[in-house]
Design a protein around this ligand. Structure first.
Ligand SMILES: [Zn+2]
Length: 428
């Protein structure tokens, strides 16, 4: 029953729910009007039945985030999910209430089966409906963290599972725990993780309520959302593959042990950052090094990068009392940085590296962009990714990696042909 169309001929964002015509709607309405005055006519109950079927389809579509379309004859329904940027028809049924309710059970089965498959293939885990996650996080002005009301999660939609699956060949092995026995758990939050919503679409934590790594997905979910505008349903937005690869890269950082201070400092050096302790506190200040040997730190209040001295204190510009003087924005800072950040999200080395790692894996073109924009950092990302891969797949007898990553982000056996593919890609 499952047809895998890949890039479907159905156009992506204007998919119509059905060919349910205005005429049909009108006749349904007039049928209802007739019912109201008590007429008993077979066409009246037909009209009501049709109206109820349409309502049932609408609520099914929104509840399960499945696009339902009917054929020209109005006899058959097709159920479509969204995987990344493609539509996948997963089911058909007859166009009736019975067909719809059978399809609902089948969607539930397909969702459960896809979850099991992702668990078997990648050890991924997913939140259950109404699962308790964590108390909502509140951060006081002095930095104290407290937890408020319990946040609950929902189960993933089939579209979300397909979308995640579509990334995993490139993401792996960054989703695994250090011992390789388990994988990251995706929690689809029903409420914002933070009391003051930062607008983050996802957040990585290396320790959830079960002391395992997790990605908390914001209430918007992963991937496209099916919405109804007027009579039509359409997918809005899409999978942010970069975002998922970014969050999983934080897990890879954890696998590589950069939560240990010494390794974190070494790692940060390679990203072009120095670490300082904020005087009188145990708070770390991350300072990015410029090509001309100066140090800058990101100041959220100033909204930019401020030069600091070797003790981590801000350097005021000579004769101006204005704190904002000499503050660089992200674009200016990136241009000056000793190690050029791959994107403009580089508040600290951990974020800069998650961005770089996502680019290394997302596609051949994003990997090329990383290589061209910041060649030194590209080599560092490649090296760290290989460490991560070796942790999962090990080395052969001669101490060489068994598995390497191709330019398109997928893993392959480390042989002459694969190495040549990468070399050619890098020299083009
Ligand atoms: Zn991040």
């Amino acid at each position: 029953m499952t047809s895998h169309k890949g890039s479907s001929d159905r156009s992506s964002d204007d998919s119509k729910n059905s060919d349910f015509s205005p005429l049909a709607a009108d006749s349904a309405r007039s049928a209802l009007a007739l019912e109201a005055i008590g007429t008993r006519n077979p066409s009246v109950s037909d009209g009501i039945e049709r109206e109820q079927l349409e309502l049932a389809k609408d609520s099914f579509a929104l509840k399960h985030q499945v696009l339902i379309s009917q054929d020209a004859a109005g006899k058959q329904l097709t159920y479509t999910v969204r995987s990344g940027d493609s539509n996948i028809d997963v089911l058909t049924s007859e166009n009736s209430r019975e067909g719809l309710s059978r399809a609902e059970k089948q969607i539930e089965h397909l969702t459960a089966a896809k979850e099991l498959q992702l668990k078997a293939d990648y050890k991924l885990r997913f939140s259950k409906e109404q699962e308790e996650v964590v108390g909502q996080v509140a951060i006081a002005p002095d930095g104290t963290v407290s937890h408020g009301k319990m946040i609950h999660a929902r189960a993933p939609y089939l579209s979300e599972l397909y979308s995640i699956e579509g990334l995993m060949e490139r993401a792996t092995p960054s989703q695994l725990t250090k011992d390789g026995k388990d994988g990251v758990k995706f929690y689809f939050l029903k409420d914002s993780l933070y009391q003051d919503d930062h607008g983050a679409v996802a957040t990585y934590r290396h320790s959830d309520k079960e002391d395992k790594p997790a990605i908390y997905v914001a209430p918007g979910g992963i991937g496209a959302t099916l919405v109804k505008t007027g009579e039509n349903f359409a997918w809005q937005g899409g999978i942010d593959g970069h975002m998922v690869l970014h969050e999983l890269s934080h897990n890879s950082q954890f696998r590589l042990g950069i939560d240990e201070e010494k390794r974190l400092v070494q790692f940060s050096q390679r990203c072009g950052f120095d670490a300082f302790l904020k005087p009188g506190t145990d708070e770390t200040i991350w300072a990015i090094r410029s090509k001309d040997g100066k140090l800058y730190r990101h100041d959220n209040e100033l909204g930019g990068w401020q030069q600091i001295d070797k003790s981590g204190s801000p350097i005021k510009t000579k004769d101006s009392g204005n704190d904002n003087d000499g503050v660089l924005d992200d674009i200016e800072m990136a241009a000056k940085a000793e190690i050029r950040p791959p994107t403009f999200y580089f508040d600290n080395p951990v974020e800069m590296a998650a961005e770089g790692m996502a680019m290394l894996k997302e596609s051949a073109s994003s990997r090329k962009e990383l290589l061209v924009k910041t060649p030194v950092f590209y080599q560092f990302m490649k090296e760290k990714d290989q460490e991560d891969i070796d942790l999962a797949y090990g080395l052969d007898k001669s101490g060489k990696a068994k598995i390497i990553r191709r330019p398109d982000g997928k893993l392959t056996t480390n042989n002459e042909a694969a190495r040549k593919l990468i070399l050619d890609f890098e020299q083009q």
